[in-house]
Design a protein. Structure first.
Length: 211
C-alpha cells in the first residue's frame, strides 16, 4: 500500500483534516480526555512541558463539544504498582491524580464521567467496561485528546477500535492530532514517537483531526 512510508510526520500531516470540516452530532459524540491530570501536565516524575503546551488545544476541543458527554481517564496507582517496573513512580500522590485546573469546568459530574485506571490502557478499566455497555447505543463518535500519544492514547484508541471491529459495530474513533502529545527524553524521541503513533492509529482506521 502506498500509505506505508517511512516519513511518518509528512504522511500524518497530509491526512489530518480540520475538525470543523467534519460535522459531528454533539449528542452522539463523546470527548475522551486521556490522563489530562497534574501528574502528566503539571508536576510529577512523568510531567512534560510538551504536554503542558497542548492544554489550550485540549480546552478548545472540550469547548467545541460543549454539549457532548466527557470522559476523563485518570491514572491512579498503588505504591507497589507493577507498572513501575517500566515507568518511574507516578500518580500515587493524589495531587497528581487531579484533573488540570483548565479542564475542571468540563469534569463536572453532570456532564462527565471519571474513570480511574491502574494501567496504561484505559480500555481495560472495569468502570469503562460498565460505561461502554450502558452507553454504546447512544454514542457514535469518540474524540480523544490528552497523553501520551504513543502509550495511553494509542492503546485505548486501538483497543476500542478493535473491540468495535470484533463485534461488527460501526463507530468513529478520532484523535485530535494537535491536542495529543507525548514526552521527550534521551531514550524517547517525542516527535518520532508522536508521529509514529498517529501513523499507526491512522493505518488501523482511526481518524485524525486538528482543532
Amino acid at each position: 500500500m502506498a500509505f506505508f512510508r517511512s516519513d511518518f510526520e509528512k504522511t500524518v500531516r497530509e491526512m489530518v483534516v480540520p475538525l470543523r470540516s467534519r460535522p459531528l452530532n454533539p449528542k452522539k459524540t463523546v470527548v475522551v480526555n486521556m490522563d489530562t491530570i497534574n501528574g502528566f501536565f503539571v508536576h510529577g516524575a512523568l510531567a512534560s512541558p510538551r504536554l503542558a503546551a497542548i492544554i489550550p488545544q485540549i480546552v478548545r476541543v472540550n469547548e467545541y463539544f460543549g454539549f457532548s458527554r466527557k470522559l476523563f481517564f485518570i491514572d491512579r496507582h498503588y505504591e507497589n504498582s507493577p507498572e513501575f517496573s517500566a515507568y518511574p513512580e507516578h500518580c500515587v500522590d493524589l495531587s497528581e491524580c487531579e484533573v488540570i485546573d483548565e479542564l475542571k469546568p468540563f469534569a463536572d459530574p453532570v456532564y462527565a464521567s471519571i474513570i480511574y485506571k491502574n494501567s496504561t490502557n484505559g480500555f481495560l478499566s472495569a468502570k469503562f467496561a460498565v460505561w461502554l455497555k450502558r452507553n454504546m447505543e447512544q454514542y457514535d463518535h469518540y474524540v480523544i485528546t490528552g497523553g501520551a500519544t504513543d502509550i495511553c492514547v494509542m492503546q485505548f484508541a486501538l483497543s476500542l477500535k478493535a473491540y468495535f471491529n470484533e463485534h461488527n459495530i460501526k463507530k468513529e474513533i478520532a484523535v485530535i492530532e494537535n491536542a495529543v502529545q507525548t514526552y521527550d527524553n534521551e531514550a524517547h524521541d517525542g516527535d518520532r514517537m508522536h508521529y509514529f503513533a498517529l501513523y499507526n492509529l491512522m493505518m488501523n482506521g482511526v481518524r485524525l483531526y486538528s482543532i
